[in-house]
Design a binder for this molecule. Structure first.
Ligand SMILES: Cc1ncc(COP(=O)(O)O)c(C=O)c1O
Length: 357
């Protein structure tokens, strides 16, 4: 029997949302932070135009798409790299920069994929406490050791939804040793761009990477288009490990169409944040704590882990798929923001379930 490497054998696969429902129940997808509406109508047009490219390999450099990203996000110099979702870029970045004996430092409720991506490399994953479900720069700095190779700041955070000011991210970068790589994961960055200037300029110093995705605000989760702004030296290492043919032509064209309709994306963001605020208030009225969210989801803190499990099960029976949490957040559910009518129904169902649980 062939044997895998010992550290691979000891890993558990990344746990995505459990989407299983009883036969005949229609799913209401609120478990994976997908957009509440379809992508821009321009995307469908672009996809049907690109369908004839199927015979050919797509542009491995995604040159046109990278150029559109540079225009939209006002990026100059350095490198724009595309990945099959930002998950792919996270995995490859850690494989290129850390290994056994190294530490990757993130925060208490940091995006869970960083833990697995770190374990795959054989490095140790360290988590600094958060304050009120929010990344705490001083707590992170206190955990830096001689072994720290990479520091991860997910802003806004998933699953908390909380955000810190970009001045705090800058303070983190300034206080870290120069040879420590800072990875700023802004998968939900479009939801805060209206009130804070992005941090892409930090990439210039050569020790910082900013990651984004089209899976959230642009509504393209199934197209798998993640991207990052990388120092050229880091991009050169990444290109050795990345699959050169990772993005289909359809994905590249869909992404360009979505990016070129900024008005549509901004309307999605505004609508989502408004609904999130209303839903948060409805949950607060039921007596629950919900940290202020700056993404397309909220973290609902219930009275106990048992109540969270019961409510999650009760919702699932009626087709509402939300995300149960584990460990430190076992009394919480992460709920993606859906359309107003969906959130009204959800509020009614949660209210009824709370009376029974
Ligand atoms: C914080 C964060 N980073 C990265 C990702 C990965 O996104 P994708 O691989 O779809 O680009 C997600 C997805 O949920 C996320 O929440």
């Amino acid at each position: 029997m062939p044997t895998p490497k010992a550290h691979v054998a000891s890993l558990a696969p990344y746990q995505l949302a459990d989407l299983a429902l009883a036969p005949g129940i229609q799913p209401v997808m609120l478990a994976q932070n997908e957009s509440l509406r379809d992508p821009s109508p321009q995307v469908a047009t672009a996809i049907s135009a690109a369908q004839h490219d199927g015979r050919l390999y797509a542009d491995p450099k995604c040159s046109e798409l990278a150029m559109v990203l540079r225009q939209i996000y006002d990026l100059s110099g350095n490198a724009v790299l595309l990945g099959a979702g930002s998950m792919e870029l996270i995995g490859v970045l850690l494989r290129a920069y850390v290994g056994p004996g190294d530490e990757v430092l993130s925060s208490q409720f940091g995006y869970a994929y960083f833990a697995l991506a770190t374990a795959i490399t054989g490095a140790r994953y360290i988590q600094a406490c958060e304050s009120d479900y929010t990344l705490d720069v001083d707590a992170m700095l206190a955990k830096v050791t001689d072994h720290t190779k990479v520091v991860v700041a997910v802003n806004p955070g998933n699953p908390t939804g909380t955000a810190i000011a970009n001045s705090e991210i800058r303070r983190l970068r300034m206080a870290l040793p120069e040879d420590v790589l800072l990875v700023i994961d802004e998968a939900y960055g479009e939801f805060t761009d209206a009130w804070q200037k992005p941090v892409f300029d930090l990439v210039e110093a050569g020790n910082c990477v900013v990651l984004r995705t089209l899976s959230k605000a642009y509504g393209l989760a199934s197209m798998r288009v993640g991207w990052g702004f990388f120092p050229e030296t880091i991009a050169q290492q990444m290109l050795k490990l990345l699959n050169p043919n990772r993005l289909s032509s359809i994905s590249q064209h869909a992404a360009m169409a979505a990016l070129q309709d900024q008005e549509y994306m901004r309307a999605t963001v505004t609508q989502t944040l408004q609904i999130a605020q209303q839903f948060r208030q409805a949950m607060q009225a039921l007596g629950f704590y919900v940290p202020q969210s700056h993404g397309n989801f909220v973290l609902l803190k219930l009275a106990s882990a048992t109540q969270a499990q019961n409510i999650e099960k009760g919702l699932r029976k009626q087709g509402f798929l939300v995300r149960p949490m584990r460990n430190d957040l076992a009394e919480c559910l992460r709920i993606t923001i859906g359309e107003p009518q969906v959130m009204r129904q959800l509020t009614e169902v949660i209210t009824a379930l709370c009376q029974q649980n």
